[in-house]
Write a protein that binds this ligand. Structure first.
Ligand code: ZN
Length: 400
């Protein structure tokens, strides 16, 4: 066992106390110093010193009077709206996206570039994503928001900074983090888009009761690929090889058609966007929604059929994981008015449950993953402000 020197112990304690105070402000702000002391168990004078440091670092702001403590007026503390910000990026099958959120998770910049990436060279798409990232970084800089780092939502399996598998794009391994890092000067992490969509939903989706977030649920994102984000006890479940939640490749039709993953009868081949559009005989998701609204029977049948297959997969998910809810996200959220009922009926039929857990609809839709990506960055700052302050240069945006 190594014994740490006194200065190291002191630095470690200061780091954890900064995190304790900032976390309390994030959770309960606007809040007075006295209340932070009461909730954290730190002395009022420690809290005072730590808050002074957090204000100087631009992470906490004073925001007028708080609820009074025994009649004495107190100054309220909140997360600083101009404090550290997060850059979320998303590379998906038919779009690229960027979002900047401030420390409170509020979106301050959002941009989506729609273009099918399947017929493109990987280098070309990565270069476009770097452009999207740099434009977002310039917007953050012009708003006075210092970006802490970037997180990229990817439609596949990422290991470290490398995108290793993208079933729907068929790309070779790509060092995506290094490319974004070179283009922006930011530290970059990669994460599967379905996992980030689930986190975005947990943090910003507003589904929990009495202000508490959903903590045990499965988020289903129905873009061209179908992804599942499994959240257990408020944490994403990734599995032994980061491959958990591949709901799109759960078999729902054993004799079904071959899938891009090499298997047969996967949910994605029976209820993916491509299949629904082909069956409905329309070109885009917007056309499909219009056709459903107009009562077009072919379109309604296509969505009903997708819901039936989705229900087969979700019946097994419910049996296996016992989540509190299933959240329909991405394009499935858009189709929810016509998709929810057949999906619920199918779940009921296959589980035999008279009251299966609720099928909720994402309020974030296709923005959930990029919002979760930006939220991941600011979440790390709140969890460890000392680490952020230690690595923070004044400006981290490269030349335009
Ligand atoms: Zn498959």
């Amino acid at each position: 066992m190594t014994v740490r020197s006194e200065p190291a112990q002191h630095a470690g304690m200061r780091a954890s106390n900064l995190a304790l105070v900032l976390g309390e402000v994030a959770r309960t702000g606007p809040v007075s110093r006295a209340r932070v002391a009461a909730h954290t168990g730190l002395t009022k004078s420690s809290v005072s010193g730590l808050v002074t440091d957090l204000i100087a670092a631009g992470l906490v702001a004073e925001s007028g009077p708080a609820a009074t403590e025994r009649g004495r007026p107190a100054t309220a503390l909140t997360l600083a709206p101009g404090g550290a910000a997060g850059l979320g990026l998303e590379i998906n099958i038919d779009y690229l996206a960027a979002m900047v959120t401030d420390l409170s998770g509020a979106p301050r910049y959002h941009h989506v570039v729609r273009r099918d990436n399947r017929d493109r060279e990987v280098d070309e798409v990565v270069a476009d994503l770097v452009d999207v990232a740099r434009t977002a970084a310039r917007s953050a800089a012009s708003q006075g928001l210092p970006l802490a780092a970037a997180c990229v939502a990817v439609p596949g399996l990422a290991v470290g900074g490398t995108l290793v598998r993208t079933p729907n794009l068929g790309w070779p391994r790509v060092d995506l983090a290094a490319a974004i890092q070179d283009g922006t000067g930011l530290e970059v992490e990669l994460e599967n888009e379905a996992n980030l969509a689930a986190l975005g939903e947990m943090w910003f989706g507003g589904h929990g009761q009495n202000g508490s977030a959903l903590r045990d649920f499965v988020h289903v994102s129905g873009e061209i690929g179908i992804g599942g984000g499994i959240v257990i006890g408020g944490e994403v479940f990734r599995g032994a090889h980061a491959g958990a939640g591949e709901l799109g490749h759960v078999v729902v039709a054993p004799d079904g058609p071959r899938c891009a993953c090499g298997g047969h009868g996967c949910l994605e081949r029976m209820a993916g966007q491509q299949e629904i559009l082909a069956r409905a005989q329309v070109a885009t998701m917007a056309d499909l929604a219009h056709a459903c609204e107009a009562g077009d029977q072919t379109a309604l049948d296509a969505v009903t059929d997708a819901g039936r297959h989705l229900g087969v997969a979700l019946a097994s998910v419910l049996t296996l994981l016992d989540p509190a809810a299933i959240v329909l996200g991405g394009a499935f959220a858009t189709l929810a008015p016509w998709l929810s009922a057949p999906t619920s009926a199918s779940i009921g039929h296959h589980t035999g449950a008279t009251e299966p857990p609720p099928l909720l609809v994402s309020g974030l839709g296709s923005d959930a993953a990029v919002r979760g990506a930006a939220g991941t960055v600011v979440g790390r700052v709140i969890a460890d402000p000392a680490a952020y302050l230690a690595q923070r240069p004044a400006s981290r945006v490269g030349p335009p």
